[in-house]
Write a protein that binds this ligand. Structure first.
Ligand SMILES: [Fe+2]
Length: 444
């Protein structure tokens, strides 16, 4: 555990960040540049990678920006970025002797993340937060990996544990509220989540993560018409030149599909998701929208073929994060292409091994049954894994696709009691939506 007072720097004249954390930065300029990079990471406006690289160029002896770059690359949850993370961290190693204890703790967390133990990395970021609750980078990385690990408890509690150390006038405070809002939402505390999300936006309306937290509340509460207006009315704050816009467009498409407006959802896909395929996170959301459209009877085969090609264009991507692998397999299935082979989880990192064994591989087996027209088997396999599928990450709204697949597979298999049983979960929040009516109409 890091000491309360950073002895290594206390003897000198440390340059503190705007929240009072000492750094080993060689200059005030570099601290200010790093602050811009942090805000970019939190807001998704600008290019945080380029900004961190600029700090590194300006202050080449400062290890910390290189360490943050490593964790940032890891936070994209794909193997290609993990290689860049390892490179950034290697560049920091020889500079760590001059780093503060806190900065070295960040390097240790980044190292463990690069090695593939995301749970251990979260413990190390938490160790930083115990001593430095205003370390917003440690909070952000832990929050993102709580999301990837499906750890709703810590999505909620981690921001909760640090918030008493913050004051509303501190720079970047509203982003902490946004993280707390999302954690509350994933924990089912919808009124509290919406309240905090709106508080965050009252301080800083250009905060797509807080917009997203309130969007999730509306999704979970069946407020699809209001959600559509919510996103449409704030597009300037999340949709323009923003690195997270693809995901809020995914939510906009969900609202349209809850209203059975498949034309509007398709238009969103075509305008905002079809060509945003560089990142696995983007391909995941595009795949998920297309599958929902397919299950609503829309022929999206050609779009799936393009998306499948985008998944295929990234070499050696599978076997890193099961959530991505399942979506890549869904794209293949939608395109009518062969399902990807299941990689031996023994070769994977600790995190991947757990997720693949518990969730990824059972889901791939279910999808293979589905693709072969064995709908009863697919429904049975999906039901086995659905209730602990949070272990491979994603949000409740994203994993709801598994429920759509169960409903469709069970209906096609003639297992109407099962379909009705699962459909009951949409009560009471979504009892009266057109989408619920659609699923009911498919049952005798
Ligand atoms: Fe979301």
């Amino acid at each position: 555990m890091t000491p309360l007072i950073d002895v290594a720097r206390a003897a000198g004249s440390p340059l503190s960040d705007p929240r009072g954390l000492s750094t080993s930065s060689p200059s005030r300029d570099a601290v200010e540049q790093l602050e811009r990079a942090l805000e970019s990471m939190l807001s998704y406006f600008g290019d945080p990678i380029a900004l961190l690289e600029q700090v590194t160029a300006q202050a080449p002896s400062w290890a910390y920006p290189r360490v943050l770059l490593a964790s940032l690359f890891m936070s994209f949850a794909e193997r290609g970025m993990a290689g860049q993370a390892a490179d950034a961290l290697a560049g920091a190693q020889g500079l760590l002797a001059g780093a503060t204890v806190r900065e070295r703790a960040h390097a240790a967390a980044a190292q463990v993340a690069v090695e593939g133990d995301w749970e251990a990395a979260c413990r190390l970021w938490e160790g930083i937060l115990i001593e430095h609750p205003r370390d917003v980078a440690a909070l952000l990385f832990a929050h993102l990996f709580d999301f990837y690990r499906g750890d709703a408890l810590n999505l909620r509690r981690r921001p909760q544990r640090v918030l008493p150390a913050w004051r509303p006038d501190m720079p970047l405070y509203s982003y902490v509220l946004g993280m707390q809002a999302f954690g509350l939402e994933e924990s089912g505390q919808y009124p509290e989540a919406e309240d905090l999300g709106r508080q965050a936006l009252a301080i800083n309306q250009r905060d797509p993560w807080s917009v997203h937290a309130v969007t999730h509340v509306m999704e979970m509460q069946g407020r699809h018409a209001e959600g559509e207006r919510w996103l449409a009315g704030r597009q300037a704050d999340w949709a323009v030149d923003n690195g997270f816009s693809y995901h809020n467009w995914f939510h906009a498409a969900l609202f349209e599909m809850e209203n059975l407006d498949t034309a509007a959802a398709l238009a969103i896909f075509d305008a905002h998701l079809a060509t945003s395929t560089d990142m696995a996170l983007q391909r995941v959301d595009g795949t998920a929208v297309l599958w929902r459209l397919k299950l609503l009877g829309i022929d999206v085969t050609e779009r799936f073929q393009k998306l499948h090609a985008a998944w295929q264009a990234v070499p050696d991507a599978d076997g890193f994060y099961a959530f991505n692998d399942v979506h890549a397999a869904l794209a293949a299935l939608g395109a009518g292409a062969p399902m990807p082979a299941v990689r031996d989880a023994a070769q994977a990192t600790p995190t991947e091994r757990h997720m693949a064994n518990r969730v990824g591989h059972p889901l791939l087996r279910a999808l293979a049954h589905y693709g072969a027209g064995q709908h009863a088997d697919a429904a049975r396999e999906l039901m086995r894994v659905r209730d602990h599928a949070h272990e491979f990450g994603g949000s409740h709204a994203q994993r709801d696709l598994l429920t759509w697949l169960v409903l469709d597979a069970a209906t096609q298999a003639g297992e109407h009691a099962l379909a009705r049983h699962v459909l009951n979960e949409r009560y009471p929040a979504k009892q009266d939506t057109p989408l619920t009516a659609h699923w009911l109409q498919r049952l005798p």
